[in-house]
Write a protein that binds this ligand. Structure first.
Ligand SMILES: C[S@@+](CC[C@H](N)C(=O)[O-])C[C@H]1O[C@@H](n2cnc3c(N)ncnc32)[C@H](O)[C@@H]1O
Length: 239
């Protein structure tokens, strides 16, 4: 049963959203927000708790990602409190989302949230991206890989590229520093099999000026030597 608080949520969401969302999905996004806020009292999942901020900086920031229609298996690397993975899973029930984070406590909390709101298209992995990326069970198995607020692009490319199938797409959420980070990554993406680097800037939200998603496609297999161990990736990012 939805209430006055839901009506307020809906009003803000509809006035801010550049895309139309059905009522059932909107109710799930609302339930996710409330569960996350409640969980936040004992597990630190987000600093954003005001409804308008949550809608703009978490929900809309996540769901405006231009995921390809034919992407079925999607990995969210460094998912933390479940963003962008959970809002995207709500909006794309036909796709499967795997959330990966090295912090088990966060993944456990998000799993409980996902169960509480009844989402069936999400699964969880606890551990380091650079370890899972070497595991044949996960390497080159995903049609899309997403990552928000995890690392600079010249580190993220090595963490994420190994998971992508050739033909898949990598989405890295960035702000106004996107172009500078692409430049800093130099030849790194192409060494990893990534190409066609571009940015999506046309989904700028009313109060979030710098909503930029770097996208690139996997155009060739990632050489076996990548990903290196994390210390090496950070100390000497590919250029
Ligand atoms: C700042 S949080 C961002 C969480 C979420 N993506 C968001 O935008 O709200 C970064 C998360 O990435 C995870 N992380 C960082 N490096 C990682 C790695 N190499 N493998 C797996 N998780 C990692 C951290 O545990 C943390 O939960």
């Amino acid at each position: 049963m939805m209430d006055q608080a839901y009506d307020n949520f809906k009003k803000i969401f509809v006035s801010e959203s550049p895309i139309a969302i059905s009522e059932d999905k909107l109710q799930l996004l609302y339930a996710f927000m409330n569960e996350m806020k409640a969980t936040n009292a004992h597990v630190n999942l987000t600093r954003i708790v005001d409804d308008r901020d949550f809608i703009e900086k978490h929900l809309l920031d996540a769901i405006t990602c231009p995921l390809k229609e034919d992407a079925d298996a999607i990995l969210d690397v460094g998912s933390g409190g479940g963003i962008p993975g959970v809002p995207l899973a709500i909006c794309h029930p036909e796709k499967h989302f795997t959330l990966l984070d090295s912090t088990g406590k966060k993944m456990k909390a998000v799993e409980q949230i996902v169960n509480a709101i009844g989402l069936k298209n999400v699964s969880f992995l606890v551990g380091r991206a650079e370890d899972y990326g070497k595991d044949p069970k996960y390497r080159e198995q995903f049609d899309a890989v997403c990552a928000r607020a995890v690392a600079a692009f010249n580190i993220l490319d090595e963490l994420c590229a190994p998971f992508l199938k050739v033909g898949g797409t990598f989405y890295a959420w960035k702000g106004q520093q996107a172009e500078a980070e692409i430049a800093e990554a130099g030849q790194g993406p192409s060494l990893l099999g990534l190409g066609s680097i571009r940015t999506t800037q046309n989904l700028i939200l009313k109060n979030t000026t710098f909503h930029v998603i770097i996208q690139c496609d996997k155009i060739g297999s990632t050489p076996k030597k990548y990903p290196r161990n994390y210390g090496r990736i950070v100390k000497k990012p590919l250029t």
